[in-house]
Design a protein around this ligand. Structure first.
Ligand code: NAD
Length: 411
């Protein structure tokens, strides 16, 4: 398997050539600013101590405090955490929010822990890294297998250690303790703002725009629901068990209700069952992968019939497939841009915590919209300027912004 951090660095090599990046800056970007590896001793329910390994990588803070989630997974590795911290740096830069990039993780299968063990592990992680985080230093958040409850334990542990309550040290907290309105649907809503900007750019009439969405979790469900509310036609949906297709389009709420009752979305009345592979190859106006990584590969990319893709999942298109799609003149809006609604509302949460004044959901989304639309326009302009795919266009801008900040401060 390829090494994630090496891949992240190869990406910088490619961008450095496109934007003619200062070699000193490129050299500085070859390693994160700081990488922590910590032992977390946890008293298990059987009375015995078990030591877990945790990581925090702080890649770059030229534009602001390090920002990035904490992942709980048995396959977490230092290389993965480092790569994700670099990737968070570009994501915050793309969105234009004043953060750098960081990422954390613990090697653990959280499903094997009791709730008490999970709480002790989460508090233990903060005890191990608390001197290196802070609302002006490094601001963690959830990622795979971490929840707002875990963030609540972490912010409480941090307050106990420092002797003061600093809510802005961690984002995506529950609403009751300083979370932001709109955080739950923020990623899907941000994607729909990108969809509307894309439709405007390509003069697509929403009611005639057929969309296929893969994945019906937090991101896929809210994207489909809010796109339908904005007038678009959702003709295909899927979850891990398979998909459904209807030329007429779906009422997303009704499908959600059906899934709640039956545990699946297949066999929905009036729809044709399709596989997840078939969904990707439908002749729709816009394809929206919102479930897993690496679903569009060199094998199926030649069979993709749509001309527009909005990546809502992280990494749904492999690098080889990028090249094939770009050659086929398929425009893909990259994940770092289209799913950045979540991190942007996390930034709003941090701002509200620091002000001690809280916005309504409407205010939150009114502030989110121009950020998403601007990022889309800038990314598209850069792709056209350098005649490259939109992923490279967006990354070029992001790296340039970080490089400019580094230069101003001195390397
Ligand atoms: P989720 O766990 O809520 O939902 C995942 C969905 O994918 C489920 O509907 C599941 O049935 C479906 N799925 C699983 N295996 C599948 C398969 N083989 N084929 C088709 N569908 C399958 O997760 P989520 O929070 O919606 O995240 C989805 C993607 O978006 C991930 O790549 C995640 O990293 C990314 N993302 C999420 C957020 C966020 O705020 N939640 C932000 C940025 C990026």
């Amino acid at each position: 398997m390829s090494d994630p951090y090496q891949n992240a660095m190869k990406q910088i090599d490619k961008i450095a050539k496109i934007i003619n990046l200062d070699p000193d800056i490129k050299e500085r970007l070859s390693e994160p600013d700081r990488v922590l590896t910590v032992a977390i001793p946890v008293k298990m329910d059987n009375g015995k101590i078990k030591v877990f390994t945790g990581f925090r990588s702080q890649y770059n803070n030229a534009r602001g405090p390090y920002k990035g989630g904490i992942r709980y997974h048995q396959n977490v590795s230092l290389s993965e955490v480092k790569a994700l911290s670099a990737w968070m740096t570009w994501k915050c830069s793309v969105a234009g929010i004043p953060y750098g990039g960081g990422k954390g993780g613990i090697i653990v299968n959280p499903k094997e822990l009791s709730i008490g063990e999970l709480e002790r592990l989460s508090r233990g992680y903060i005890r191990a890294i608390w001197q290196f985080i802070g609302s002006d230093v490094d601001v963690p958040a959830p990622d795979v297998n971490t929840t707002s409850q875990i963030m609540a334990w972490m912010v409480d542990e941090y307050a106990k250690l420092t002797g003061k309550l600093d809510l802005a040290v961690i984002t995506a907290k529950p609403l009751e303790i300083g979370g932001s309105q709109g955080r739950t649907e923020a990623t899907g809503q941000g994607g729909v703002y990108v969809l509307e900007a894309l439709a405007k750019e390509f003069k697509l009439k929403p009611s005639a725009t057929k969309i296929a969405v893969q994945g019906f979790g937090n991101v896929g469900y809210y994207f489909a629901l809010l796109a339908q509310k904005a007038g678009f036609k959702i003709v295909a949906l899927s979850d891990s068990r398979g998909g459904i297709y209807s030329e007429k389009g779906f009422d997303v709420e009704t499908v959600k209700k059906y899934k709640k009752e039956t545990g699946k979305i297949q066999d929905f009345k009036g729809a044709k069952n399709i596989t997840n592979d078939e969904l990707l190859e439908l002749p729709v106006t816009i394809l929206v992968p919102a479930a897993l990584e690496s679903v569009i590969t060199k094998d199926n990319a030649p069979k993709i019939k749509t001309k527009l893709i909005i990546e809502m999942a992280n990494g749904p298109i492999t690098p080889e497939a990028d090249v094939i799609l770009h050659d086929k003149k398929v425009l893909f809006v990259p994940d770092v841009l289209s799913n950045s609604g979540g991190v942007t509302v996390s930034y709003f949460e941090w701002v509200q915590n620091r002000m001690g004044y809280y916005w309504t959901k409407e205010e939150v989304f009114n502030k989110l919209k121009p950020i998403m639309v601007n990022a889309f326009k800038e990314g598209l302009t850069a792709a056209r300027k350098y005649n490259i795919d939109m992923r490279m266009g967006v990354y070029s801008l992001a790296v340039q912004k970080v490089a400019d900040a580094m230069k101003l401060k001195g390397i």
